[in-house]
Write a protein that binds this ligand. Structure first.
Ligand code: FES
Length: 153
């Protein structure tokens, strides 16, 4: 005749079940709490809002070429014109914030999202962009090409 006496369960098996249940409960609590903590305390982001950054080394760019670099938390565009002059602009399109690129065949800055065009000075010249791109100051400091936000901008 079967009995339902729990005192007959071996103590080792009971202990194993308790450990498994406790571990599962702890894992569940962590999986709920961790995302909330990450939301409330986001990880530090380096160089947010910096006013100056080394975009590249002198000689990294060929004339009539460009590179995208990170300026604060946004992309920026560094151009070396065919005449050897550096220019730096925001790479965020003023229409709907796509990242623009330099078209060395057109000598213009192009936004692929809606075919927006800017001239080499960042002025919006065709397509939907409503405003010019922000222009940054470029200085050479030793071998570094340093881009900085214009004062008062
Ligand atoms: S987002 Fe650049 S043209 Fe629309």
């Amino acid at each position: 005749m079967p009995t339902n006496d729990t005192s007959r369960v071996k103590p080792e098996r009971r202990r194993l079940v308790e450990i498994l249940l406790g571990g599962g409960l702890i894992a569940s609590v962590i999986s709920f709490v961790y995302p909330i903590l990450r939301y409330l305390v986001p990880p530090p982001v380096a160089d947010l809002g910096g006013d100056e950054v080394v975009a590249c080394k002198k000689g990294d760019l060929k004339p009539n070429s460009s590179k995208i670099f990170r300026f604060g938390n946004r992309p920026a565009l560094l151009l070396l014109t065919a005449e050897g002059e550096y220019r730096a602009l925001s790479a965020t399109c003023t229409h709907l914030s796509c990242t623009v690129q330099y078209r060395n065949d057109l000598h213009q800055i192009w936004c692929a999202c809606h075919n927006g065009l800017y001239d080499m000075n960042g002025r919006n010249v065709a397509g939907p962009p409503p405003r010019p791109l922000e222009v940054f100051q470029v200085n050479l400091r030793g071998d570094d090409v340093v881009v900085r936000r214009k004062q008062g901008a």
